[in-house]
Each structure stands twice: as structure tokens, then as C-alpha cells.
Design a protein. Structure first.
Length: 358
């Protein structure tokens, strides 16, 4: 069972969703974020109003911008940050890590847990904690500029795995009283490669550039994802499934994932999106400087394509969207993103990669 105190890393939509959810169940929750202005604003607000799948007014959260304060005397740590910052977070946490701690990345995205463990080792941590990652964020939620939270939906099923496979039972026993939706899978290859956000986010963003630059008020999923856009998404999904096959991992197609996660019906990706009530009120971003691009390319498409190249799997469409993101954002996501060197997989032979978690 989770201890009375829980630490949540991240004061964005996901972090506040976890924080208020646990607090509504009587847990003492400390919330850390490195954004001091955000933390000060939340301290002044005092009461967080939550609507949607959870209706509550939470006034018990403790906010801090000190990572030491956040981690001290806390055994269970839920991380919900933009996943391109996982390495930086691991560096900050390294001096305060204890082997009895359980750290869950919500989500880790592609190779999140691998990068977290690799970074801890690079920063001198010998006695490693239990590290888990989820396939995606379990909440569909949005935090407004006044720090009021709306939870549009909670996914019906969410895969989870631990870096050390034998640790999964302990993690599930702690989480299942609160989130019975968490479904243990064999290893972090499955959670990493079932990164559906790498498809759902950057592709529609990059194909809706005019809407975004004109700051149109459109529904991201319902209006911004057309039948043709889902055809591009389907090609990238097939490349992802081929990578899984090369690693000996039976991955879930985006179509099956949508049906399982949201309990929706449809014969195509487009139909499943249109039938998903949790997506109905989500408004599209009005800037290209958005995590749907910088996060989901750098810790989604980049590592997926990189492992595909390593395994000899074609990733032509993934590469096209990485290149397009580089051009649009004037950045080099392959260099700054989660490439194989940054997770310690660059020097491993293919057989060693395939058998890494056996």
C-alpha cells in the first residue's frame, strides 16, 4: 500500500491531476516543479478546483520548488512532466535517491525508464530505486491559466512496466487500489514502443500549421485530424509495429489502443477519434512551440526512428515528420532529442538490445 505521503513531480495538467486525485482519497501530497513562478502561484491559490471525471476542491496540497524537500521521507514518487526533461530531472534527483523508493514515470514515452536509469548511473547512483513507466498519461486533462483543472476522461486501461521486471508486482500492489486500470506488461520495451502520443500529437500538429499560425479556435482531435491525416498516422503506426516485431515485442496498434483505452467503437482511426467523447472538448494549440511537437518528436519519433535504423527497419514516414519538425521549428531534434547515445543503447549489439530485459 502507498505510504501516507506521496510526491508528485510536475505541476502541469498531469501532475495536478495525480495530486488532486490522490488528495481526494486522503493522501498527503507534495507537489514539486522547477518553475518557481508556477509554484508561488499555486501556493497563493490554495484551493484547486477540479471538474469532469473528478469533482472536488482540494486545499491540502503542499507545493515546493525544492527537489530535496519533495523527495525527503517520500517512498512513492509519481513523475508527470514533459518527457524530454526526464534526463534533467534524473540528474536533480540523483543526490536524494534512496533504493527503497518507487518512481513511476507517467508516462516515460519511448525509452523513458531506460534514460532515467542510465542518467542515475551516470550521476553516481549505485543503489538504484524501483523505476516504472506507463505507456501514456492515464488522464485526459487540461489545466487552465488560473490553475483550475478539468479531467475530460480517465483511460480504461493503461500499460505499465518496470525497468527490472521483477519489481512490477510491488508497483501494481501499491497502485491498484487507486488505479485498477494499470495493466502490467512484460517489460519496458512494450511501454516504450507503444508510445501512441508520438503519432497522435506531432503529425496532426505539423499538418495543421496554417490553423495554428492563424490562432484558429478549433477542436484538436475532432476538427484537426481528417481522414487523410489518419492515413499518414497509420503508416507511421505500421513502422512502429515493425520495430516491435524486430525486437520480438507484440505491440498494440493505434486502432486497438483507442478501443481499449477509451472504450470506443470504430473501424478506422478516424472513426475512433470521432466517437471519443474524451476528445470532444480539447482545443487545438495556437502555437507551434508546443509539447505536442517538441516533446513528442524528441522523446517519441526520434528514439523510435533511431532504434528502427539500428535494427534495419524502415522508418521513412517517421523520418519525414522529424525532418518537417526540424524545418518548421528550426531545431535539430535528432541531436537534441532522445537518441540512442543518450540512453546508452548506441554501443550495444542488436542481440544485446533484443535481450536487454530477458
Amino acid at each position: 500500500m502507498i505510504d501516507k505521503k506521496i510526491t508528485v513531480i510536475g505541476a502541469g495538467s498531469g501532475g495536478i491531476a495525480f495530486s488532486t486525485y490522490f488528495a481526494s482519497m486522503g493522501k498527503n501530497v507534495t507537489v514539486y516543479d522547477n518553475d518557481c513562478i508556477r509554484i508561488d502561484s499555486l501556493k497563493r491559490k490554495k484551493v484547486i478546483d477540479v471538474t469532469g471525471a473528478l469533482n472536488a476542491s482540494i486545499d491540502s496540497l503542499v507545493f515546493t520548488s525544492s527537489i530535496e524537500e519533495a523527495m525527503i521521507d517520500s517512498r512513492f514518487i509519481m513523475v508527470s512532466i514533459t518527457t524530454n526533461n526526464i534526463s534533467n530531472l534524473a540528474k536533480k534527483m540523483s543526490p536524494y535517491i534512496k533504493p527503497e523508493q518507487i518512481i513511476v514515470l507517467n508516462p516515460g514515452h519511448t525509452f523513458g525508464a531506460i534514460e532515467f536509469i542510465y542518467t542515475l548511473k551516470e550521476n553516481g547512483v549505485i543503489n538504484l530505486p524501483t523505476v516504472a513507466e506507463t505507456q501514456d498519461l492515464i488522464f485526459a486533462c487540461r489545466l487552465d491559466d488560473k490553475y483550475n483543472l478539468k479531467i475530460n476522461g480517465i483511460k480504461k486501461v493503461m500499460d505499465i512496466a518496470t525497468y527490472n521486471t521483477e519489481d512490477i508486482k510491488e508497483v501494481i500492489s501499491n497502485l491498484s487500489p487507486y488505479f485498477p486500470q494499470f495493466n502490467p506488461v512484460k517489460n519496458v520495451w512494450a511501454t516504450s514502443l507503444n508510445n501512441i502520443s508520438s503519432i497522435l500529437h506531432p503529425i496532426p500538429m505539423l499538418l495543421n500549421i496554417s490553423r495554428i499560425e492563424n490562432e484558429e479556435n478549433y477542436k484538436y482531435y475532432f476538427d484537426g485530424i481528417s481522414k487523410t491525416i489518419t492515413e499518414f498516422m497509420s503508416i507511421v503506426d505500421q513502422e512502429r509495429l515493425s520495430i516491435g516485431k524486430a525486437l520480438g515485442v507484440n505491440l498494440t496498434s493505434i486502432l486497438t489502443w483507442m478501443k481499449n483505452a477509451y472504450n470506443v467503437n470504430g473501424n478506422t482511426i478516424y472513426e475512433c477519434i470521432q466517437n471519443n467523447n474524451s476528445y470532444s472538448q480539447i482545443i487545438g494549440p495556437k502555437t507551434l512551440k508546443h509539447r505536442f511537437i517538441y516533446e513528442d518528436i524528441s522523446s517519441g519519433l526520434v528514439p523510435l526512428a533511431a532504434i528502427g535504423h539500428k535494427l534495419g527497419v524502415g522508418t521513412k514516414m517517421m523520418d519525414i515528420f522529424i525532418d518537417l519538425g526540424n524545418i518548421v521549428c528550426q531545431r535539430d531534434y535528432r541531436e537534441e532529442g532522445r537518441n540512442l547515445e543518450k540512453v546508452g543503447l548506441d554501443q550495444l549489439e542488436i542481440d544485446n538490445i533484443i535481450n536487454l530485459f530477458e
